[in-house]
Design a protein around this ligand. Structure first.
Ligand code: EPZ
Length: 433
């Protein structure tokens, strides 16, 4: 089991380039199932969740080819023949977003057998809204032995209003609708940039989609889609994480290769809290911000404050002057990082879906446990700011969504190293354990 060892107190200084967005690459990889032609994806981050997705697609008969070394961010996928329209439990349990294959498998083959993902550390995370949407398009669904079995003779366009905004639910049903017969109107859709990126890829593949980035998607089904090449958008969550790393260490850190429009909520709040940030066309530079004060935030669907940056923001607020009330509205159990930060000396009280953070608290290094992807990132930030040594265990969580985070931080002065297996084990090894 890998661990990260961090010696805190060193201001980060230099430039970090962010990679492609994990949460855009996932649906874009699943989109390969919609055509027998080849998809060429660029700026695909080399992270465990995508290695798992690649392995999952290969079990279905998809031919994949990923580069290595400097070309490791390019991936070719070709679903010439889908020999096995199934997402097995042993893979889905390691990555719930595997349910993104449900819509495209149904659209392409008329059948799918996908393991129900089960809950995860941050919440129950049902997929009922995915399933209702697919039923609206004519899928017949039943559940057996922990699997969803879906069948259809032909998906037909319909009108569906999501009961609540769901990112992968929007993506799943959108990928079904593009090959359905006739027009589909989806309302109360997610607006996340990752959804827009998927829609742009699907349009390149010949899909007819209007309204990407708005609450209403209007899709005219087509008979088939063709191959395309596509560059994945920058990862706004990785970018936000490193911006917060620059601020929490009081360093001058340039985070580049990002789209600042995707980070407006975070950047606005940070500047309101007194952070000294210089925002450019594709970069954000942090400067020492001694007058940082506690500022309340409430997570919300895009363009609101991203729930995936809540834990990292909390780490910064432990170092700010005064009180910050952090309200989590998307997931029911997304404060586990707070308990680990308290062990490092933070002053955080949890009241339902609110965390009251009082600062500045002098953080001291400790042995802590990662519980989920973004909680792990917040503990790295706390470790970078703490006096002394922090050891973070179970960092396979962090490898799911951050590519070689220790290398990127060490390159800008972070005193951080990985112990245990020297490199993140490929998903295939993990899945077969
Ligand atoms: C996506 O998860 C992201 N994952 C998550 O990022 C992100 O936290 C989340 O969106 C919210 O922005 C990927 O894109 C792969 P939702 P998703 O469906 O789609 C409820 C990370 O760290 N809901 O938008 O699973 C659900 O329980 C990950 O990279 C239903 O009730 O999230 C939640 O409370 C973590 N029924 C809310 O909606 C459904 O059918 C939003 O979930 C679907 C969702």
């Amino acid at each position: 089991m890998d661990k990260l060892v961090i010696r805190g107190g060193v201001p980060l200084h230099g430039t970090i380039r962010v990679g492609g967005a994990k949460n855009a690459a996932l649906p874009c990889m699943a989109a390969c199932l919609l055509t027998e032609d080849e998809l060429l994806l660029d700026q695909v981050p080399d992270v465990r969740d995508l290695q798992t997705t690649r392995r999952l697609l290969e079990t279905m008969g998809v031919e994949t080819d990923a580069g290595s070394g400097r070309a490791r961010h390019r991936m070719a996928l070709k679903a010439r023949n889908i020999t096995n329209p199934e997402a097995a439990y042993d893979l889905v349990k390691t990555m719930r977003a595997s349910t993104l294959v449900l819509g495209p498998l149904l659209a392409r083959t008329g059948q799918a057998r996908v393991s129900l993902p089960g809950g995860c550390a941050i919440g129950a995370r049902p997929i009922n809204l995915h399933l209702l949407g697919l039923e609206k398009l004519g899928a017949r669904l039943r559940q057996e032995h922990g699997y969803v079995i879906a069948e259809t003779d032909r998906l037909r366009g319909n009108h569906y209003v999501f009961d609540r905004i769901t990112v992968t639910g929007t993506e799943d049903v959108l990928m079904a609708a593009v090959l359905a017969e006739g027009e589909t109107v989806l309302e109360n859709c997610a607006l996340e940039p990752e959804v827009v990126d998927l829609a742009e890829l699907l349009i390149k593949m010949g899909a007819k989609i209007e309204g990407a980035g708005t609450p209403t998607l209007r899709i005219q089904g087509v008979a088939r889609l063709h191959g395309a090449s596509h560059r994945i958008i920058p990862d706004r969550i990785e970018a936000g994480t490193f911006i917060l790393a620059g601020l929490i260490t009081g360093g001058q850190l340039t985070v580049t290769g990002l789209n600042p429009l995707h980070l407006r909520a975070l950047l606005d709040r940070l500047q309101e809290a007194g952070a000294d940030l210089r925002v450019g066309a594709d970069a954000v530079e942090t400067h020492p911000s001694p007058r940082l004060r506690g500022l309340d935030i409430t997570t919300a669907e895009y363009p609101g404050f991203a729930t995936d940056l809540q834990a990292q923001y909390m780490a910064l607020m432990t170092r700010a002057e005064g009180t910050a009330v952090i309200t989590e509205t998307i997931f029911e159990n997304r404060f586990m990082h707070a308990l680990e930060m308290v062990r490092m000396g933070a002053d955080i009280k949890i009241e339902g879906n609110r965390a009251i953070v009082r600062g500045p608290a002098p953080l001291t290094g400790a042995a802590v446990l990662a519980s989920d992807l973004r909680a792990s990132a917040s503990l790295v930030l706390s470790g970078l700011a703490a006096e002394g040594e922090t050891i973070i265990d179970r960092i396979y969580h962090i490898d799911r969504g951050y590519e070689r985070i220790e290398d990127k931080l060490r390159a800008v002065g972070g005193v951080i190293r990985r112990i245990g297996n020297l490199i993140p084990q490929p998903a295939s090894a993990a899945a077969s354990l």
